[in-house]
Design a protein. Structure first.
Length: 264
């Protein structure tokens, strides 16, 4: 089994190396005419595989919606294959699982006839792409400010610098951006809110640390009280003094208030 895994790793590594060497060789040999070769490759894929996928998926024209259907097919196939494989309905027979998953995926995509419906399917992915692309740099900067910059003044100064640079670049390219200006307007509002509510936001960042510190302090107090309880019970057993019994009962009440669940 171990030798088989090693063999698979070697084959995979060799495959990756061959791909990289091929890409590097093509780049060297056709640096001046890479666009021509790319266009030929795209035409070759369209001419050979376009009609095949069109027939399978019930799409007559070779347009962007066929490409969308192919991607949806791959997505549904992957999810169905993983789901069936986990439930072990067909045991470990990968061939049957593959065939069933492929049939389900094809039937799911083939009868999506309306291009407007496909546009509706694509829309959330477009929103996801725009959101990640636009706000990922802000998120990275946000995490950097609240994990690396100490003090409220330092964090607010960092947001001030970021906001000024963001605003200047946005105003310089406002005409080029066009209808997407509202995205950057929302981004600017986000920067302003981070500047104004810095202390509140940073407090929530510190909550896990505060919680862990509180838990550690409670555990230390419980250990100290348990030791005091043991000592009080020993003294009561030795002396019979009622005051040590009262002290022990008081310690037990304090331990319960601290959330101690053990036997007392």
């Amino acid at each position: 089994m171990k030798n088989k895994k090693e063999l698979i790793k070697k084959i995979f590594f060799l495959f990756i190396v061959l791909i990289l060497v091929s890409i590097f060789s093509i780049k060297i040999l056709s640096a001046a005419s890479s666009n021509v070769y790319m266009e030929k490759f795209i035409d070759w894929v369209n001419s050979n595989y376009g009609p095949l996928f069109g027939a399978i998926l019930g799409h007559e024209s070779l347009d962007e919606f066929l490409f969308t259907k192919v991607l949806i097919l791959i997505l549904i196939f992957s999810i169905v294959f993983m789901s069936i494989n986990r439930t072990h309905v067909f045991g470990d027979n990968r061939v049957i699982i593959f065939v069933v998953s492929l049939i389900v995926a094809i039937l799911s995509v083939r009868y999506i006839k309306s291009d407007s419906f496909l546009t509706g399917i694509i829309l959330p992915y477009g929103v996801l792409g725009v959101a990640i692309t636009v706000f990922l740099p802000m998120l990275i900067y946000f995490l950097f400010v609240h994990t690396s910059v100490g003090g409220s003044f330092g964090r607010r100064f960092a947001w001030f610098v970021y906001g000024v640079v963001f605003l200047v670049i946005w105003l310089m390219r406002r005409e080029e951006i066009g209808d997407a200006n509202w995205i950057y307007f929302i981004g600017l509002i986000f920067v302003i809110l981070c500047f104004i509510f810095d202390r509140t936001i940073h407090y929530y960042f510190d909550l896990p640390t505060i919680y862990r510190a509180n838990r550690a302090m409670i555990r230390r107090n419980q250990m100290m009280l348990l030791e005091d309880l043991r000592r009080a019970e020993e003294l009561y057993a030795q002396t019979g003094d009622i005051r040590w019994r009262i002290e022990a009962d008081d310690i037990r009440r304090r331990l319960r208030r601290l959330g101690y669940r053990g036997a007392l």
